[in-house]
Design a protein around this ligand. Structure first.
Ligand code: KG4
Ligand code: ZN
Length: 387
């Protein structure tokens, strides 16, 4: 099965072509083409992601990404039959809300032919609504023009598969398995009862942990996205053993559930910085103090869940999974005196933040749910889905 996957849920425009040989979950995967454009430089100027701006950038870059991924994949092109007037008109209708995109896509098909793809996996949620629609509408148009079926794919589920993917295959899982999903929009603890069977046992009551990293970075005058910046300063503070700058609260540490809360922590950082100009060393120390607490709470809740649920497989997914301190603290959980049987799956760094390879993998997991273009268009007429 050749899967074309599309991801436009936030500020990455990504398209991949993946070949799956065999059936899920034991298939072998080959990444034939992979194109990703990050809008981060544009959003950095504004200190965060603006949905309308994200949509504009997706519209401008999705056809070039499609072209790059298909070119890398070197699939044989089908130049015939030429597009009919009826097809052109219908594509214009499907992409009416994305100015100029229908013309770009039609020109691409005129120049390169209809791509020989049989299946399209596209992120349909969660994410920024105007951004998601760009990918969804391109998927609709491509499915209509090629006869490919479409699989509606959950972004967070994609992060789970990104972590399970190693050298062309998914790692085996023992159920129940535990997943910690940490990104700019989500902080969730999920139990996998079986493949594709999820139970959310905890989530944040306010800010997501990635959002807290981004907001704290802004308080320290650091650019967006703040996670890598905070992480860099915190690492310097640890290397140089800088003294504590602020004693910050460990939010929800002792709550009896698996929920999180990060907005109080962000407020505590704001209070610690208000009216002050921090020296470089003070900023490093505060970044470390914040990271210690944020990571400490995540690890404590994971530990509680491992103890109470008896899971031996732990999956960490989402952009914050790129955080080195979180990775090493979680890896410490498998110490012989703590959870000696624990297997931890972390994403390769390139698959930690948003990408479309993970969408192809999650799509393949739901290949049986693929629908034709017309059914997909009806299903997606309103709203997006989430795990
Ligand atoms: O999964 P992702 O790429 O996009 C969303 O689905 O949200 O996650 C982006 C988030 C941002 O908040 C970013 O600051 C955070 O992941 N992030 C990090 C690191 N790298 C990215 N947070 C902490 N440490 C990092 N090294
Ligand atoms: Zn994400």
């Amino acid at each position: 099965m050749i899967i074309l996957s599309i991801e436009t849920s936030c500020d990455e425009t990504a398209v991949s072509v993946i070949e799956a040989v065999g059936t899920f979950p034991t298939a072998r995967y080959e990444i034939l083409g992979n194109a990703l454009y990050s809008q981060i430089d544009i959003h950095r100027e504004y200190g965060g992601v603006f949905p309308a701006l994200a949509k504009r950038e997706h519209v401008a870059t999705i056809v070039p990404m499609l072209e790059k991924a298909l070119h890398e994949a070197m699939l044989p092109h089908d130049y015939t039959p030429a597009l009919t007037t009826e097809e052109r008109d219908h594509v214009q209708t499907l992409l009416a809300r994305e100015p100029g995109l229908a013309d770009q896509l039609l020109r691409f098909i005129d120049d390169h032919g209809r791509p020989p793809i049989t299946t399209i996996a596209v992120t349909t949620g969660p994410g920024l609504e105007p951004a998601l629609w760009v990918g969804v509408n391109v998927a609709k148009a491509l499915a209509y023009l090629t006869g490919a079926t479409v699989i509606s794919t959950d972004h967070m589920e994609g992060h789970i598969y990104a972590s399970l993917y190693k050298q062309g295959a998914l790692q085996p899982l023992t159920f129940p398995a535990l997943a910690l999903l940490v990104s700019g929009g989500h902080t969730e603890l999920i139990v996998l009862r079986d493949w594709n069977t999820y139970e959310k046992i905890g989530s944040t009551r306010d800010d997501a942990v990635g959002e807290a990293f981004d907001k704290v970075a802004r308080l320290l005058g650091l650019p967006y996205p703040g996670g890598p910046e905070i992480s860099r300063l915190a690492m310097e503070a640890r290397t140089r053993s800088l003294p504590q700058y602020a004693k910050l609260p460990l939010p929800m540490l002792h709550s009896p559930d698996y929920d999180f809360s990060f907005s109080g922590l962000k407020t505590a950082v704001r209070n610690a910085t208000q009216g002050k100009t921090l020296s470089h060393d003070e900023a490093c120390a505060l970044a470390r103090d914040f990271e210690d607490v944020a990571v400490g709470v995540l690890v404590a809740k994971v530990e509680k869940a491992l103890n109470e649920l008896g899971c031996t497989h732990l999956i960490i997914g989402g952009g914050v999974a790129a955080n080195q301190h979180l990775r090493s603290e979680l890896t410490n959980l498998s110490h012989p005196h703590r959870f000696p049987d624990l297997t931890i799956y972390l994403p390769e760094t390139t698959l930690a933040t948003d990408n479309s390879v993970m969408i192809a993998l999650a799509g393949h997991a739901h290949a049986a749910d693929a629908v034709d273009a017309a059914t997909f268009a009806n299903e997606r007429a309103n709203g997006t889905k989430s795990l």
